[in-house]
Design a binder for this molecule. Structure first.
Ligand SMILES: NC(=O)C1=CN([C@@H]2O[C@H](COP(=O)(O)OP(=O)(O)OC[C@H]3O[C@@H](n4cnc5c(N)ncnc54)[C@H](O)[C@@H]3O)[C@@H](O)[C@H]2O)C=CC1
Ligand SMILES: N[C@@H](CC=O)C(=O)O
Ligand code: NA
Length: 430
């Protein structure tokens, strides 16, 4: 039966995502009401620039005072799509204190302060939902939190940043320059307000922290995630990858250690074979593999960024939270009971592709191979190319720990015959 009193929703932020949330709330109002069991009323919209024309939004609802809006006391749900840490954090906490549930797309904030926000939601008997915070439209948070709650997740691996996938894809397939591709991703609404968050891997690391936390029932914060961005990936790296039958993607990888006693989370560019499904993830699409004991391997794929896809996830949360409000209940909160330690990058085990500039003279190859052996890193293949008395040596290793590889590279740099380490790239997905 439809309740006549509407659920009151406040929208904080009306940018790329917020404007799409408002649009769909209006155009799909009847369906949303039928699905929730009560009409949804847009009760206020907090913006920074009040003079901007916002099609479909009643100017009387627009305010620059987000704090006063969340303190109104009659709101059922606050949708936070401002981004950043403050004032978003205070606004969300204030919304809980004044009786509202919260839907947010803010991965940066959740990765930094998720535990405190969950606690505030629980203390006030309200919901905190954030499907849009990871991989845009792709349902990932709810499947991990709910559908897989009876299984044991061992690994989450994937492409979780649309902007960098868009850039790397363009560099690989059209030879476009980095800046040109980044400008296009920004114009399309994929990039963060400060795109450094995308290209330096902070955004993907925040998402990795959120995914690892839910997957392993353990608190994982942004600082626990090893992070390398993609700004140093060059056309030469793509050429090396092609020679190996690979391409390069910025990956987020969260793993449970083999003994189950700890977990790791990392973000870095990696070579993956062209035959791997992640290699064909194009543009701003995301794809995430989840491996669990009983389910085996699951793949989640779809648009990972952009206004409308992200709004889809926000509205899905809005419906879920709205139903909870009507039912006088809340959904699952934070689950961190396992409290596993998060190990450092040194303990991660994977394969490596290393490109060295060396002197082209007898004995160099043996010298280099000895350094690898001394550090317990086993070589899979070596390829050498001569160029005017100098040579380039491409070594691909078997699986080794990051610590062992680090020690190897340090020792290689000390060899007189090694002129430089041109690139080191991890090889995943084999
Ligand atoms: N754009 C995308 O593809 C996705 C974005 N997100 C997240 O969604 C959130 C919003 O992202 P976008 O819409 O892309 O950013 P945006 O920069 O287009 O929109 C944010 C809006 O909030 C406004 N704002 C800032 N401070 C404010 C304040 N104190 N009061 C009221 N309004 C304020 C800004 O003027 C801006 O219009 C961020 O947390 C972002 O990480 C999540 C998934 C995908
Ligand atoms: N900037 C982010 C937006 C979605 O989370 C991205 O590019 O993935
Ligand atoms: Na999502």
């Amino acid at each position: 039966m439809m309740r006549t009193r509407p659920l009151k929703v406040a929208l904080l932020g009306c940018g790329v995502v917020g404007s799409e949330v408002a649009r769909i709330m209006t155009t799909h109002a009847d369906d949303l009401a039928a699905r929730i069991g009560a009409p949804v009323e847009l009760a206020g919209v907090a913006v920074r620039r009040p003079d901007k024309v916002r099609e479909g939004i009643d100017p009387a609802l627009v305010t620059t005072d987000a704090t006063a809006l969340v303190k109104r006391g009659d709101l059922d749900i606050v949708v936070e799509v401002i981004g950043g840490i403050e004032p978003a954090r205070t606004l969300i906490t204030t919304a809980f204190e004044h009786g509202a549930s919260v839907v947010s797309a803010n991965k940066a904030l959740l990765a930094q302060d998720g535990a405190a926000l969950h606690a505030a939601a629980e203390q006030n008997g309200r919901d905190l939902y954030y499907e849009a915070a990871v991989a845009g439209a792709i349902p990932l948070i709810r499947p991990l939190r709910e559908s897989l709650a009876g299984d044991k997740v061992n690994r989450v691996l994937g492409i979780v940043n649309g902007t960098t996938n868009f850039i790397l894809d363009k560099m690989d397939t059209t030879g476009a320059g980095y800046q040109e591709a980044l400008d296009e991703a920004t114009a399309l609404g994929y990039a963060e307000a400060d795109p450094t968050a995308d290209v330096e891997g902070f955004d993907a690391a925040a998402k990795a922290a959120i995914l690892a936390g839910i997957a392993f029932h353990t608190r994982v914060r942004l600082d626990d995630v090893h992070r390398e961005g993609m700004t140093e990936v060059t056309a030469a790296d793509f050429a090396s990858a092609k020679e190996m039958g690979c391409t390069i993607k910025l990956l987020a990888i969260c793993e449970r250690a083999e003994d189950g006693a700890s977990v790791t989370a990392r973000v870095h560019p990696a070579m993956i074979p062209l035959s791997h499904p992640l290699a064909s993830v194009r543009g701003a699409y995301n794809a995430v593999f989840v491996e669990s004991d009983a389910s085996g391997q699951l793949m989640f794929y779809g648009p990972g960024a952009g206004g409308a896809p992200t709004a889809s996830a926000v509205l899905g949360d809005l419906v879920a939270v709205g139903r909870n409000r009507l039912g006088g209940t809340t959904g699952p909160g934070e689950s961190a009971y396992a409290a596993l330690p998060v190990s450092s990058m040194g303990e991660v085990v994977t394969r490596y592709h290393i490109s060295l500039d060396v002197a082209d003279k007898p004995g160099v190859l043996a010298q280099v191979a000895t350094v690898f052996a001394e550090h317990g890193v086993s070589i899979d293949t070596v390829r050498q190319q001569g160029k005017d008395g100098e040579a380039s040596l491409v070594v691909v290793t078997h699986r080794a720990s990051d610590a062992a590889l680090g020690g190897t590279v340090e020792a290689l740099r000390k060899l007189d015959t090694v002129r430089g380490v041109a690139s080191i790239m991890r090889v995943e997905g084999e």
